[in-house]
Design a protein around this ligand. Structure first.
Ligand SMILES: [Zn+2]
Length: 478
């Protein structure tokens, strides 16, 4: 739950309700505990309250500037930022798309903490200057506090626990070395979760052994926040990966149940019961003119049902979210999350309604792809760049299976060395990988007899650059 504050740099800014809790907490701890200890006998209630509020606003400003730094770098590099939400522990910039390269991810992730550190240093300098001057407590106190808070915001976010900034930096570095965003996300999110559990454990120890309820609960909350963030980000990455090459036309439902705008509310209610749908497209000919849901019908008084028409209660075409058949499936999902809706309408090239994509369609697609991914043998080219690696493949006797070389440019050919008594090479082909202009050579083998066999893929011409880039497969034929 969040309220919209406005827009900065074209990005909607939201304030989560939990933020009011932290606001009150800061006013109390800083205004009535920290500052009086720092400036004994100089403060009265009004001054303490003012100092508390000023400090809370400064924290707000610091977190906002930190988030804006992420967003500015993202936007300059052509990425869309959905919104910025300030919540209990800081802020989130919600990207509607993930950074396409590890370098950009690194830049974006580092921008926030670097900005916080720079602001912290400037404020710290001002504090040192003002400390011995004639400036009053109202200047010196908040300067000191906001110097501290910026350093703390930077330090907290630099913890290498994905999805904190430090964890994103870590992911970008792993990603850069292995070229595999999904595997890097898995590693980073595992490390993130380990950090999270350690924090929670520390919190429980503080609470149980030392009776430190406040810090204990605080650590458990932060740990919980990091761990759920890490899990979410990984799930998102898997979704992105599964939907990667798919277009809307590949996953949409073509038979769309539609109603005429002239239908009365009465007829519509019967239609709802018969078809067991929550909503219908409203069409004239093949043209989409709106969408009507159970919700719209409930809003109309029962007496008006005889005369009220679908046209009068539908959500009109202009307000509907639509995609085109050729748009990516990812885009459809992004739009649904962004607008918090369960379906988007699909238009063909002549802007006529040709289908609908629902959340269920997308979830089914992901499930299917996940189960095929699990049963595809040696699907992914293994190995970090520059390191030999081994993957194990299990197949039944007689089965065909595929292995491929690590991705690279098309300039070098690859050869396979394998156990001829157990395996037979059926065919080879070059495959174009989804991104980055990379190719790999795919070898199709048949398993001839039971046993354990090995396949080594190596560059046909060994050179200094590729000498170590060898992929080894251990094949277990059952
Ligand atoms: Zn950040």
């Amino acid at each position: 739950m969040a309220i919209k504050l406005g827009e900065i740099y074209g990005i909607p800014l939201f304030l989560d309700y939990t933020w009011f809790i932290i606001f009150a907490l800061i006013v109390w701890t800083v205004g009535f505990l920290v500052m009086p200890a720092e400036y004994p006998h100089q403060l009265n209630f009004a001054l303490e309250l003012t100092l508390g509020i000023l400090s809370a606003l400064l924290l707000f400003g610091s977190v906002l500037v930190h988030e804006l730094a992420h967003s500015v770098v993202a936007k300059r590099n052509g990425l869309q930022i959905g919104r910025i939400t300030l919540y209990l522990f800081g802020g989130v910039s919600e990207m509607t798309e993930e950074p396409p390269t590890p370098d950009l991810e690194l830049k974006m992730a580092a921008a926030g903490p670097i900005t916080s550190i720079v602001i912290g240093i400037i404020l710290g300098g001002l504090w040192i200057l003002s400390k011995d001057s004639s400036a009053g407590v109202l200047v010196v106190g908040p300067l000191y506090y906001s110097f501290l808070i910026n350093i703390i915001v930077a330090a907290f976010n630099l913890i290498p626990a994905f999805p904190l900034d430090g964890g994103r930096v870590l992911r970008s570095l792993i990603w850069r070395s292995n070229g595999d965003v999904l595997r890097s996300t898995k590693t980073a999110s595992t490390i993130g979760r380990i950090f999270a559990y350690l924090l929670m454990f520390a919190g429980i120890v503080l609470f149980v052994l030392y009776g430190d309820i406040f810090d204990g609960i605080w650590l458990v909350l932060i740990g919980w926040f990091i761990s759920s963030g890490a899990t979410n980000e990984l799930r998102q990455q898997i979704v992105q990966e599964d939907l990667g090459p798919l277009k809307v036309r590949d996953i949409m439902t073509r038979q769309v149940d539609s109603v005429s705008p002239e239908m009365t509310a009465n007829e519509l209610s019967i239609h709802f019961m018969e078809r067991k749908h929550n909503g219908f497209a409203v069409t004239e000919g093949n043209n989409l003119v709106g969408c009507v849901t159970m919700h719209d019908l409930r809003h109309a008084t029962k007496e008006s049902w005889n005369t009220l028409r679908v046209r009068d209660m539908m959500v009109p075409r202009e307000k509907l979210v639509t995609v085109e058949e050729g748009d990516s499936a990812k885009k459809a999902l992004q739009l649904m999350s962004q607008h918090q809706i369960g379906r988007v309408f699909v238009l063909d090239s002549t802007a006529r309604l040709s289908g609908i994509v629902t959340r269920t369609d997308i979830m089914k697609t992901i499930e299917t792809r996940e189960s095929t991914r699990a049963s595809t043998f040696g699907a992914g080219p293994p190995g970090k760049k520059g390191e030999p690696s081994t993957s194990t493949i299990t197949v039944d006797t007689g089965m065909l299976f595929e292995v491929s070389s690590p991705p690279g440019d098309a300039s070098g050919d690859w050869v396979a060395n394998y156990d001829h008594n157990g395996l037979s090479l059926v065919s080879t082909r070059l495959i174009q990988l989804a991104d980055l202009n990379q190719t790999a050579k795919q070898f199709t083998f048949q398993a001839l007899s039971r046993g354990r066999f090995s396949i080594t893929l190596s560059p046909a011409v060994l050179s200094k650059g590729n000498a170590m880039r060898v992929a080894t497969y251990s094949v277990f034929v059952t």
